[in-house]
Ligand binder design. Sequence first.
Ligand SMILES: Cc1cc2nc3c(=O)[nH]c(=O)nc-3n(C[C@H](O)[C@H](O)[C@H](O)COP(=O)(O)OP(=O)(O)OC[C@H]3O[C@@H](n4cnc5c(N)ncnc54)[C@H](O)[C@@H]3O)c2cc1C
Length: 450
Amino acid sequence: MKPSPLTTTRGGRVLLGTFWIGLYFLLTIGPLAIIFFGHTPPGRGFWIELSVALGFIGMAMITVQFVITARIGHINGPYGIDVIYRFHRQISILSITLILIHPIMLFVADPAQYLPLLRIWDAPLRAVLAWLGLLGLITIAATSIWRVKFGLSYETWRILHSILAVAVLAFALGHVLGVGHYLEQFWQRGMWIGMAAVVVLVSGYVRLVKPLLMQRKPWRVTNVKRECGRSWTVELEPDGHKGMRFQPGQFAWVTIGRSVWMIREHPFSFSSSAERSDRVAFTIKESGDFTNHIGKTKPGTVAYLDGPHGVFTIDRRPDVKGAVFIAGGIGVTPIMSMLRTLADRGDTRRFMLIFGCPTWDEVTFRDEWPELEKRLNLKVVIVLDDPPKDWEGETGKIDEALLKRHLPEDRAEFEHYICGPPAMMESVRDVLPTLGVPAERIEMEEFELA
Ligand SMILES: Cc1cc2nc3c(=O)[nH]c(=O)nc-3n(C[C@H](O)[C@H](O)[C@H](O)COP(=O)(O)OP(=O)(O)OC[C@H]3O[C@@H](n4cnc5c(N)ncnc54)[C@H](O)[C@@H]3O)c2cc1C
């Protein structure tokens, strides 16, 4: 399928991005129309109405979260998936706060009527549903913030998160319909039921349609190669289909050696050239439950890819004079994909890679850098934390002084791509503008979504 200009051109992305923001406000503030245009129940003061309004907005925000995190290309495209996940986290905090304020305000405004609802054992069903929803929300927040402290693996947390989110929405909907204020008219009830129906459809797409589509396009592992830096390159070929077209720097959610229905997928950047959609590779560092065993994967193992995703790609900036890539550790993988692709395309623009690693033995792809320097107008600067005795190159951290020494004079016209450990990315992002790189010329890819 040909990619839409809405996701491939800058103007298209701005248009689409603005459209989604507008729609977001409409959907989250929209339920207030029920209050404005509905019949206000008699004898209720300002604070009770405000409390209901906050509850409505909070619930609408939670409903929209399901759509935001469904990995729909047209929604993620204008912003990038890391921005979407950050937004998801921040909006979750805001919506939980609004929903918590809702009962507190009721207790303060009319304690005689609302405080008895705290006695959950003889409270009406609509109040019990509200408390269950609130408990679910607090559990979601606590397990998301303190997942590691609670000893939850990422996969367990993800399954729990999905189940609780659906339960919270069901309880909240039951509560709203049970209370019944502002729901006399069909369109008022229809608005909430419609939003819940969208959640059911989106969940069906994510949990049923998408896995089915992926199952119809399996991949086979053809080779697993050890790389420097406790990493492995896993090569895949399509099994009975044409493969996957992607832009260099993008990533996919990868399932290897398991059923597509088990939700055991992990995001990895393509490290291979985007010029080959019929043979892709991921370079994976041992760093946890799944990745520690990746080196044992046997050729012939089945794999499934959900992708491509992401906006960290030089293909979105075809007009730039050149690019500076700044990588730390395994963050070099999307950059390797970009450089291999640029070399395959015979791109003659100027490129620079500044690559920080702890030691020489951890310089991933170290044998290929000299070859890429020959194929491209590329300068590679390796920076080692702990260099060998005879090392003559750069040492220490990628800091302001080092960047000043190496960045091209006309760097303001270069696109800068940063990927690596969070601390390194933040410090480089803060330093670049002081060296004359405009903020809009800085792109980052985060490997930590959760
Ligand atoms: C856009 C993107 C591209 C990435 N590209 C690469 C790459 O090219 N090479 C590479 O080695 N690593 C890459 N990563 C990181 C990689 O996804 C994690 O290291 C891997 O999922 C860890 O899984 P684990 O079970 O071994 O470790 P765990 O100990 O279970 O997890 C370690 C951390 O990895 C993250 N993580 C684990 N599972 C998932 C998941 N299913 N979805 C999202 N995050 C998860 C969580 O933040 C978790 O705290 C990328 C991550 C992202 C977000």
